[in-house]
Structures are given as C-alpha cells and as structure tokens.
Design a protein around this ligand. Sequence first.
Ligand code: MG
Length: 218
Amino acid sequence: MSEQFIHTDGTIIPVGIMYCIGRNYLEHAKEMGSELPSEPVVFIKPATAHAISGSKIAIPTFSENMHHEVELVVVIGKDCNNVSESEAMDYVSGYGVGIDFTLRDVQMKAKESGLPWATSKSFYSSAPVSNIIPIDLISEPNNCKIELFVNNKPVQSGYTSDMQRTVPQLISYISHVFRLRKGDCIFTGTPQGVGQVVSGDKLLAKLDDKITLDIEIE
Ligand code: MG
C-alpha cells in the first residue's frame, strides 16, 4: 500500500477510486469463455487496493487461486463530469502499468451465485501500479504494448490497440456514470494469458519499455 500515484516528473497525487474494466480484449473474453460485453463491465477497487513497485503481495487466506491480469492504467489529473470523448484526454495526468489481481476461485463462485465480485477483486494490495509516466511522454495510449513476465518467463503480451473500448471512450463513459475525480484511475482491461501466481513468484510488468512494475508474491 502507498495510496499515492508518483509520477516520473515528481508529481504526487493521492489515489482515489480505482475503476476497472472487465473483458475489454476479445482474446481474454474468449479465454474466460465469454463474449465481448455490449456495455462496459465496470467494477471498483478502493485506495487500499493500491500498492507500489517493489511490494510483496500476499495471497488472501480465503483463496487458493490468485490470477494476474496486466493492464494499462490511466490516472485522472482533474475532476471531470459528463465529458465527451473528444475532451476526455484533457483530464489525464499520466499512464502506468498495473496488475488487477483476481481471486479466480472466489470470483467464479460469485458469478455462479449471481453475487458481487468485491472480495475477489478489491482486497488489500490487489491493484499494484508502476510509477506514472506524464501524459506528454505517451502520445498514443491506444497503441501501447503491455507485457507481463513471471519468473522471467513471458506470460502476457498485448497492444492497447486491441481494446474494445479506447481510453477516451472509457473516460467519457465513467465520467457520465460515476463522475471522475483527480486521483481516480482506470484499469483498462487485460489481454489474454491470465494465470495463477504462487508464493515466491516474481512478476515484472512493462509498459512500452518506458516503465516497469516489480512485484513479489509473499
Ligand atoms: Mg482486469
């Protein structure tokens, strides 16, 4: 936990609400046995889910199957309500790479019972994020490469150009439904290749070779 987005130019913004998008990549939806949703699938993690690079993250005792999902993370720099897609990028502070840790066994049970996903997705330290690259250093967020290595082995690799909904579309949508505040962020969905992590695993996530996130599973 740190509950702060530390930008590479020194800007620090306290973490607000972490909005997460489910099934935003076709190949990941397929590997979960699902189709792309007609409306965005949104869930929320609290600031206590945030962790910084270098953190050790524990698997909660109530799960035996924690999965990694590497994602582009968009940090909001100014409050915004009801913004259009064409205005949306004016409210971005920067980008990072994050892991949406998911307790797949707990989530599957919740899905089967029609219950909320909160315990499977939003537990303590379930959302580590790298340091944040200021917006002017990433000109095209819809064409970034995100990668994840577990114990030096490549496990996930994807391009944000494959997202069903783009960064401005997601900002516009969330700003209409919830309103966005400075320090909120958006986990934009994961490409295919999600899988289980176990104690002792070392994870390295990368965004375009510009920034990395190092995590060890406790
Ligand atoms: Mg995810």
